[in-house]
Design a protein around this ligand. Sequence first.
Ligand SMILES: Nc1ncnc2c1ncn2[C@@H]1O[C@H](COP(=O)(O)OP(=O)(O)OP(=O)(O)O)[C@@H](O)[C@H]1O
Ligand SMILES: [Mg+2]
Length: 260
Amino acid sequence: MHIWAIANQKGGVGKTTTAAALGGLLAAEGRATLLVDMDAHASLSSYFGIDAPPGGGSYALFADGAQRLRDEIQRTRFERMHLLPASPALATIDRQFGARPGMGKVLAEALAEVAGLYEYVLIDGPPTLGVPMVNALAACTLALLPTQTEFLALRGLERMLQTLAMLERSRGAPIPRLILPTLFDARTHASVACLRTLRERHGPVLARATIPADTQLREASHAGIPAGAWPGARRGGDAYRALLGELRESGPISAKAHRA
Ligand SMILES: Nc1ncnc2c1ncn2[C@@H]1O[C@H](COP(=O)(O)OP(=O)(O)OP(=O)(O)O)[C@@H](O)[C@H]1O
Ligand SMILES: [Mg+2]
């Protein structure tokens, strides 16, 4: 089972849009796909018009135990695409359970129980470092790091890479990663220069695919349709298709490449 954590501590960089787009493409091509919403803002759940019941969704795994996963998964209106929704209660788990031993591995344990049911699990992470983010990174086979192509976002990426290094130490194993440039606007000097800097600093783990700024992606999310299935979002949809091809062709990007 491929488990991709879509993570960046910086907000508004395209994490949720990327989770919805990749999930939509995978399900459309026949892959059993589970989307996991680990953000208390529940944007991915809202994207697909799904609410977690009170005390339910991803929060229930922490409050009641990893075995709750199967009961909390919901169908979306897209075939083969299921969703574990989030609720605002998720924001309280750091305070409620943060000090309990084993809290970092709850999602990994839960996903192990559905390993035969899904080919792909895509986790939409929160824009903050806490128990949900730690769980996403502890469970993943690949960390996909959307990074807005603007200079302020580069500092956010550095912080995210430090978090990843910390998680690698506690996992005792490297976490393959791929940095995904998003909201790229070829007409602006800032976007172009930022992409160049990303190449210089992170070339071996930078995706070849670049997600353009495409206002139709906003329309698609408003309509609850993943990018690839929204006729207006051709540029955005094509970019996400290219990304998926790349992820598949290279397999998990090895940590060796990262260190090279
Ligand atoms: N490539 C893009 N082009 C244009 N708009 C985009 C693009 N990607 C995302 N957006 C829009 O930017 C906003 C933020 O995107 P998104 O919610 O995916 O980011 P996020 O990283 O998940 O944010 P948060 O950290 O708040 O969860 C949304 O309104 C979304 O529709
Ligand atoms: Mg989001």
